[in-house]
Design a protein around this ligand. Structure first.
Ligand code: GRF
Length: 209
């Protein structure tokens, strides 16, 4: 058993995105509505044209693009992000549709302090296009997972999940749309759980005190 919280000493979030940013918007709304006692200190996108950057700026949040292609190595890219995040006092990083794998440099800096949201009931259907994978497999219950990020793709300790029944007449798109509603609901709740503390990691289990 280990106390997994000493790395998270404040309530400043950094949100990493690559695209649409609807989960970012859900976090913005939760902070604004008082459901989540936190500050979004910065939004970073590895793509300058990510619509999520516009959402962030519209909400008055510092939003910057850091193009991974501009760096000679993953490590250099990650050091640049770490500098922006730590420079703004970020203690918890939320991945919200961030489409780059994180390496040791970033994972070691934010140990047990990176969350990701994935649109399947992990460990089923990791990787890209998870909703379509679930639909094509024919599962009757799909869903969403929020987990701590480790070196294993979509494999870290599970903080929260929500189930979404699959209908016979679903397409991958209709299923993804219903999963997205649950994503927006549970991400803010999971961030709150992490910030409120009192949890531990036992083996690969996330356990609330
Ligand atoms: C979401 O489905 C999320 O679960 C996955 O990527 C998608 C991002 O969507 N990791 P958005 O950019 O938050 O709208």
């Amino acid at each position: 058993m280990s106390d997994a919280n000493p790395h998270i000493s404040g309530r400043a979030l950094g949100v990493l995105i690559s695209g649409r940013g609807s989960n970012l918007q859900a976090l913005v709304d939760a902070v604004r509505d008082g459901r989540l006692d936190a500050t979004i200190a910065v939004v970073i996108s590895n793509r300058a044209d990510a619509p999520g950057l516009v959402r962030a700026r519209d909400a008055g949040i510092d939003a910057i693009a850091i193009d991974h292609r501009a760096f000679p190595s993953r490590e250099d890219f990650e050091r640049a992000m770490i500098g922006e995040l730590r420079g703004r006092g970020v203690s918890l990083v939320c991945l919200a549709g961030f489409m780059r794998l994180l390496g040791r440099t970033f994972l070691d800096e934010f140990q047990n302090a990176i969350l990701n949201i994935h649109p399947s009931l992990l460990p089923a259907f990791p990787g890209v296009d998870a909703q379509r994978q679930a639909w094509a497999h024919g599962v009757k219950v799909a869903g969403v997972t929020v987990h701590l990020v480790t070196g294993e793709l979509d494999g870290g300790p599970i903080v929260a999940q929500a189930a979404v029944p699959v209908r016979d007449d679903d397409t991958p798109e209709t299923l993804a749309a219903r999963i997205l509603i649950e994503e927006h609901r549970i991400y803010a709740e999971a961030v709150k759980t992490i910030l409120d503390g009192g949890w531990t990691i036992e083996g690969r289990r996330f356990v609330r005190g």
